[in-house]
Design a protein around this ligand. Structure first.
Ligand SMILES: *Cc1c(COP(=O)(O)O)cnc(C)c1O
Length: 369
């Protein structure tokens, strides 16, 4: 095993899936969002675990993310959240991905190729009720309805929207979006279109706004053990990812000795400086330089000097038992202490989403149960 790995705790992940499911009514399904390599956790293993734990759908952002899941034998329905590209429709039909339709043009393009192949395709309509990112705006819905008869090979299986402010204390925008969504659903019903799945809830909405659950919810972050906002303490989500490395070098530097590029850290006392084989090419945020901390023997040690591409340095002067090869934890628990992804994110001025997604392909994911 290389020294720097991300341990992925599949038991914790499974428990999070169960915790989320416990919040849903019996008829509400769970779509596990595994885009971006399951937020850096490894899409295949986590997709399989999510399905075993009761998720019935998966969601990805890109066509090739869905294709990779299929090539690994995953048979569950997969929603393709990202925009439909003309050049990818063949692939999405071949791999039975469920496209999200965000424009009339997209609907026509999918129809055209589905018809050519003699294949029916389930689709979900995305309505832009306020996110301003993807989807048909509500005033485009009548045109879609007028054309539906000619879209003979599309099955209107779902209608969705994405909420922009579900994790925000002010509920106003969320309520507007939700009402806008309900109006669109009503318009569809009035024209005899009643898709089986209405869905809107990401992790934050799932916890805060049960009225948005619909027939399926789409959490990502919560499944990976991060509360989308200050959640009631009763609902404990468990961290899934633990990022660790080992001490590759220990040196005692005299007062006045600088560390790393630019000497942004200069020893003010005789200092034991440890070198870790992890840097920004592994996804370690450079803004942690001289700011963040790691755990060594269950004690906190600060990053000193600039984080470099492949390595970084920590000050272990106050942890005399630290030895070459010792385990160092960047994210996760060690001893009785823990560095949370939220803490690391706040040190780098980022969100937990960004910290997870940044952990690069160079860091092996090791699955534990
Ligand atoms: C990423 C994404 C989600 C999941 O969001 P979380 O905040 O991680 O729960 C749900 N729906 C859509 C459309 C997304 O893009």
């Amino acid at each position: 095993m290389p020294p720097t790995v991300a341990e992925i705790d599949l038991t914790a992940f499974t428990q999070n899936v169960h915790a989320v499911r416990a919040r849903l009514s019996a008829s509400c399904e769970l779509m596990a969002v595994v885009k971006a390599n399951a937020y850096g956790h490894g899409a295949i293993a986590l997709a399989e675990s999510a399905l075993q734990a009761g998720a019935t759908w998966l969601a990805v952002a890109r066509c090739d993310e869905g294709m990779v899941l299929r090539l690994h034998g995953i048979d569950a329905p997969i929603l393709l959240l990202g925009p439909v590209w003309p050049g990818e429709i063949d692939t999405l039909l071949t791999y039975r991905l469920t496209p999200v339709i965000g424009s009339l043009e997209a609907a026509r393009l999918v129809q055209q190729q589905a018809q050519q192949r003699g294949q029916r395709v389930a689709v979900h309509v995305n309505v832009d009720t306020g996110m301003g990112r993807l989807g048909l705006q509500p005033h485009h819905i009548p045109a879609l309805l007028d054309e539906m008869e000619t879209l003979t090979h599309l099955d209107w299986q779902g209608v969705m929207t994405h909420l922009a402010t579900a994790d925000h204390p002010d509920e106003r925008i969320l309520q507007e979006q939700w009402q806008g969504f309900c109006r669109v659903v009503q318009t569809l019903h009035d024209r005899g279109v009643a898709p089986r799945y209405l869905h809107a809830a990401n992790s934050a909405a799932l916890y805060r706004f049960p009225q948005t659950h619909g027939q399926i919810v789409r959490p990502g972050l919560a499944l990976y053990g991060v509360h989308p906002f200050e959640a009631p303490a009763a609902d404990v989500l468990r961290p899934v990812l633990r990022w660790k490395t080992r001490l590759a070098r220990l040196a005692t530097l005299s007062p006045g000795h600088g560390v790393s590029y630019g000497h942004t850290f200069v020893a003010s006392r005789p200092s034991r400086i440890g070198t870790l084989p992890v840097g920004y090419a592994d996804g370690l945020c450079r803004r942690l330089s001289n700011v963040g901390e790691v755990l060594v023997h269950g004690q906190r040690a600060p990053f000193v000097g600039q984080i470099t591409m492949d390595m970084c340095m920590i000050d272990v002067t106050d942890i005399p038992q630290a030895q070459m090869g010792d385990e160092v934890v960047l994210i996760g628990a060690q001893g009785s202490d823990r560095i949370t992804v939220e803490a690391m994110a706040s040190h780098c001025g980022q969100s937990p989403y960004e910290v997870f997604c940044a952990i690069s392909a160079r860091v092996p994911r090791r699955y534990i149960v």
